[in-house]
Design a protein around this ligand. Structure first.
Ligand code: NAP
Length: 267
């Protein structure tokens, strides 16, 4: 995905001919040492995935408020004194939802499923966008308190409700958007994280999972006449913003989306 966009940038600016995006497997115990090595070798930027996003946020200079709020960073930028941390997941999710459904997040009442790292980023993104209402739902309800506390630090945050995924979802009749940020659905045998049957067909359903391309949740929603989108565009947009931070150029999100889709064999 990144190399496809870099190849395109290189057509306009030859400096990017020498840029390559690599993948490294680093166990959490080795992360601090690995970051020091990448810095010494002048790797311009890094992306991090679970559980490194939270670990790294403790060690790097905070590049933007979103890192402070989510206590996580997925993007690091080289500076002479060390890496600076950013969290492009928020931009990725917001842009994906607004583009795929052609809506403004601020006009929506949101029910967010999950309380892990992705849900925390999604909750902050929803609060910052100024959604009309935000309901947090998770299997382990106690974990929602942590997210509620985080959201108190967001200016103009809407009122927050919480509920258990074992209960029926609140019956919100207008402008409803469901965001699945649980990992339920990664395995095609997984049950759906929530029962959609009492919700209106105008409900929009966004699942952060992109592989499989259509989870049981999305299939069920579609059979009820709801509009659905998976997380592939979110993956592409968070990557686009990371690459922009490193290159200071506007990479093509469409090129990144196409490359990710082809790479994952999802077309
Ligand atoms: P995480 O921190 O491990 O959180 C997992 C969440 O799933 C928790 O809320 C957990 O509930 C819930 N869960 C797991 N198994 C469950 C079950 N059997 N029944 C009910 N709930 C269950 O993971 P994460 O990093 O937040 O990622 C969550 C999902 O988002 C993953 O599928 C990941 O692939 C996706 N994601 C996509 C993108 C993208 O760019 N599209 C970016 C980030 C993440 P408990 O709290 O009760 O354990």
């Amino acid at each position: 995905m990144h190399n496809a966009a870099l190849a395109e940038l290189a057509q306009e600016d030859p400096q990017f001919r020498d840029w390559t995006y690599y993948k490294f497997d680093v166990v959490p115990d080795d992360l601090q040492e690995a970051l020091a090595t990448f810095h010494r070798k002048q790797f311009r930027g890094l992306n991090l995935t679970v559980p490194h996003k939270i670990l790294a946020a403790k060690w790097v200079e905070i590049g933007e408020k979103e890192v402070e709020l989510t206590e996580a960073c997925n993007t690091l930028l080289w500076t002479p004194n060390g890496y600076q941390g950013f969290n492009t997941d928020l931009y990725g999710m917001t842009t994906a939802i607004e583009t795929e459904f052609e809506i403004q997040l601020q006009d929506r009442q949101v029910i967010l499923l999950g309380a892990g790292g992705a849900a925390r980023a999604a909750a902050v993104a929803c609060a910052k966008a100024g959604v009309k209402s935000l309901t947090l739902a998770n299997r382990t309800v106690s974990k929602l308190e942590t997210i509620k506390n985080v959201l108190q630090k967001v200016a103009a945050c809407p009122a927050i409700d919480t509920c258990s995924l074992k209960e029926p979802l609140p019956n919100i009749s207008e402008n409803l958007l469901i965001i699945n940020a649980t990992s339920l659905g990664l395995d095609p045998e997984d049950p759906t994280p929530a029962d959609l049957r009492k919700l209106p067909p105008s409900t929009l359903v966004f699942d952060m999972i992109y592989n499989p391309a259509k989870t049981k949740l999305l299939k069920e929603a579609e059979s009820m006449g709801m509009k659905v989108a998976n997380g592939l565009a979110m993956l592409a947009y968070q990557g686009e913003r990371s690459l922009k931070i490193w290159t200071q150029k506007p990479p093509s999100a469409q090129t990144m989306f196409n490359a990710a889709q082809a790479g994952l064999n999802l077309s």
